[in-house]
Design a protein around this ligand. Structure first.
Ligand SMILES: C[S@@+](CC[C@H](N)C(=O)[O-])C[C@H]1O[C@@H](n2cnc3c(N)ncnc32)[C@H](O)[C@@H]1O
Length: 220
């Protein structure tokens, strides 16, 4: 049985009027929130594994239960897939070993990507592609800074690699993310509507089966 999911409603009717000024501010002032000790420890553990495997990395940030990361690891055996989610509830079935699960070319880790992305950037990991699948929309007008395009970590996240793919069921999120990527990279970014039968993640399945329009924003 499918649980119906309601479409995103918002008091915004288009791209947020403060998007560009918010990004400009984040481009001029580097995000300096100190890393949490837990994140530092976890990063070092991931770093050790990725160095020993030495394959191009595909990041699946906010991977939820990790099902999308499992699929990506099957589709790309020549890459190391790293799925990260901060929710203990979502990842706890697999990450019983101190917040990290590792098997072959798949790693799942419970961590906050806001810390991890910055440490990954400093360590210059070889990231081939970065997926952001169905991030929380934070649809209220005053929640812009919670969306990735309005978050102070955006410039560092974008600089991790050339190929980024974000999927969402909220058109305004897709349009804002496209504008943000184009503003920071000065490269053309595309939006496509998705017609999927082979769902990459549980949220994609849920939204699709509820009849939502799905959008893919991608660069590189
Ligand atoms: C709507 S769910 C989508 C899950 C999955 N990608 C999917 O498509 O089924 C958004 C996920 O992002 C995760 N998330 C949000 N902020 C995060 C952060 N700062 N670090 C890591 N994960 C985060 C949440 O815990 C949640 O699992």
């Amino acid at each position: 049985m499918t649980t119906q999911s309601s479409v995103v409603t918002s008091n915004q009717t288009g791209v947020h009027k403060d998007l560009e000024s918010t990004i400009k501010k984040h481009l001029t002032h580097r995000y300096k929130k100190p890393y949490r000790p837990f994140s530092i420890d976890l990063f070092h553990r991931l770093d050790e594994i990725q160095k020993s495997i030495n394959k191009p990395i595909i990041l699946d940030s906010g991977c939820g239960t990790g099902e999308s990361s499992v699929k990506l690891s099957e589709l790309s055996p020549d890459a190391l897939i790293i799925g990260i989610d901060k929710s203990e509830k979502r990842l706890d079935k697999l990450t019983t070993n101190n917040s990290v699960y590792h098997k072959n070319n798949l790693i799942l880790a419970r961590a906050d990507v806001v810390d991890l992305w910055r440490m990954i950037k400093e360590s210059n990991w070889n990231i081939k592609k970065h997926y952001l699948l169905y991030p929380n929309p934070w649809p209220k007008k005053d929640q812009l800074k919670r969306r990735w395009q309005g978050h102070p970590v955006l410039p560092e996240m974008i600089s991790l690699c050339d190929q980024i793919e974000l999927r969402t069921n909220w058109k305004i999120y897709a349009e804002e993310f496209k504008q943000a990527l184009e503003f920071v990279t000065r490269e053309k970014v595309l939006i496509e509507t998705l017609d999927v039968n082979d769902f990459i993640s549980p949220f994609e399945k849920k939204y699709s089966e509820s009849g939502h329009e799905l959008y893919k924003v991608f660069s590189g």
